[in-house]
Design a protein around this ligand. Structure first.
Ligand code: PMP
Length: 448
């Protein structure tokens, strides 16, 4: 069955399919961290539905919540009508929201995907401000629909201005650290103060507190606070995209809580649906300027997703899984950093909580091969401590070697050179050790 399914799907499915190309497995059963393939092989799944599975696969409380709805005879499709299931979800969601937003929040159900909520957030701030431009950041990922795509990656378009996201290791200014972040903040300020030309202010700024697809790059708290101050001073709504960072992943329930920044708008998806599709925008009540019915959509009322989501949010809160992510994540980062000292092909190891990235780089002697203007300005670094060229081929090799050892990891970063770990927050100490052992073996195999 295994080979046949793989063969038929690769023949019939679009070349645009993503994960399936690098991960030729046929999952048939799953529980927690573990996936079992049709060939009987078992894998530790550190992709977790791209960070969706906060409680891992088929967690009993999630299954129970879904069964309860199915057994109750409740309707599964009711457009966006009010139901007890939606009421419970909204109550639990509001309970988790950051202080400063929780007491003045409105929720808009979008859906079913994260990108739908991003679109709704853009439309909301454009409606609220009467302006159209947006500020987004290099390396950002917000989704694949037209508006979200405009605000993602490096390309720019007339309505979206791109600003440098603060990055230590591959700082676009070749400085890194606080000075690099400060320079990025001043660039932002200078852009916004350049109003003489009569160009209107943007309708909003969207950022990820930790870039995920961009290569697991945590923004410094001080930089986030600067962005909050810069946007607040100019009445520009700040949109935090917590699609991937939310629900305890980074060590706080929402990643913005590390910095104390209260965004005007939050975009939430992935884990909030407890493994089923669900996406919402949460925003401060004074932004609720919609004309009634101004934002429609058939699939904004997924009852099973709301039930699974309620169970997940409550479980993460009650079992303090954000704190668990914080302590276990710190330990995993420590151990991975010793991997970086052992193997020269491991560049920077970074992350926050259980959102971890390991960048693969080329050997020291290739450093000169990078010229100024290549994008990373690596050669500006004369001290020798700067980044070496990204090595996407090594990252792909590590991913393959991991799979051979029964470990599923994802790649990311603007050069696809970052191995990403997004394990469920329920991962045990022993499982975390097994993950790190397999990853270390894979790196060793590639480094040889
Ligand atoms: N924003 C962020 C930060 C994401 O990581 C993603 C998905 N990886 C999205 C938006 C888009 O979500 P979806 O794939 O569900 O449209």
């Amino acid at each position: 069955a295994h080979e046949g399914i793989l063969r038929r799907q690769s023949a019939r499915e679009s070349a645009a399919r993503t994960y399936a190309r690098a991960l030729p497995i046929v999952p048939v059963r799953a529980r927690g961290l573990t996936i079992e393939g049709a060939d009987g092989r078992r894998y530790l799944d550190c992709l977790s539905g791209a960070g969706t599975l906060a409680l891992g696969h088929n967690h009993p409380v999630v299954l129970e919540a879904i069964r309860k709805v199915l057994d109750s005879g409740a309707p599964l499709h009711v457009l966006d009508l009010a139901t007890p299931v939606k009421d419970a979800f909204t109550t639990e969601l509001f309970r988790t929201l950051p202080a400063g937003l929780a007491d003045r929040a409105r929720v808009q159900f979008c859906g079913p995907a994260g990108t739908d909520a991003v679109e709704a957030a853009f439309k909301l701030v454009r409606t609220a401000t009467g302006r159209s431009g947006l500020l987004a950041f290099t390396g950002a990922y917000h989704g694949m629909t037209a508006g979200a795509l405009e605000a993602s990656g490096g390309a720019t378009d007339g309505r979206v201005a791109r600003l440098p996201y603060p990055q230590d290791y591959r700082c676009p200014f070749g400085i890194g650290g606080e000075r690099g972040a400060e320079l990025g903040a001043r660039w932002t300020e200078s852009l916004l103060d350049d109003v003489k030309s009569g160009v209107p202010l943007p309708a909003g700024m969207i950022l990820e507190p930790v870039q995920g697809e961009g290569g697991v790059i945590p923004a410094p708290d001080a930089w986030l606070r600067r962005m909050r101050a810069i946007t607040a001073d100019r009445s520009i709504p700040l949109i935090a995209d917590e699609v991937q960072t939310g629900v305890g992943r980074t060590g706080r329930f929402w990643a913005v809580e590390h910095s104390g920044v209260v965004p005007d708008v939050m975009v939430l998806s992935k884990a909030i649906g407890g493994s089923l599709p669900l996406a919402v925008v949460v925003y401060r009540d004074d932004l609720d300027v919609w004309q009634p019915g101004a934002h429609a959509g058939t699939f904004r009322g997924n009852q099973l997703a709301m039930a699974a989501g309620t169970a997940t949010l409550a479980y993460v809160r009650e079992h303090r899984l954000a704190e668990r992510a914080q302590t276990l994540g710190a330990r995993m980062l420590d151990q991975l950093r010793s991997l970086a000292t052992e193997f020269p092909c491991v560049g920077e190891v970074r992350g926050r909580g259980l959102m971890i990235g390991v960048e693969l780089v080329r050997a020291e002697e290739d450093r000169e091969a990078v010229s100024p203007g290549s994008g990373d300005f690596a050669s500006l670094d004369t001290a020798g401590a700067g980044p070496r060229p990204a090595a996407p081929e090594l990252a792909a090799a590590v991913q393959r070697e991991c799979l051979r050892r029964g470990l599923i990891v994802e790649l990311g970063g603007r050069h696809a050179s970052v191995v990403r770990l997004l394990p469920p927050l329920t991962i045990s100490d022993e499982q975390a050790t097994a993950v790190l052992d397999r990853l270390a073996d894979a790196v060793e195999a590639v480094a040889r």
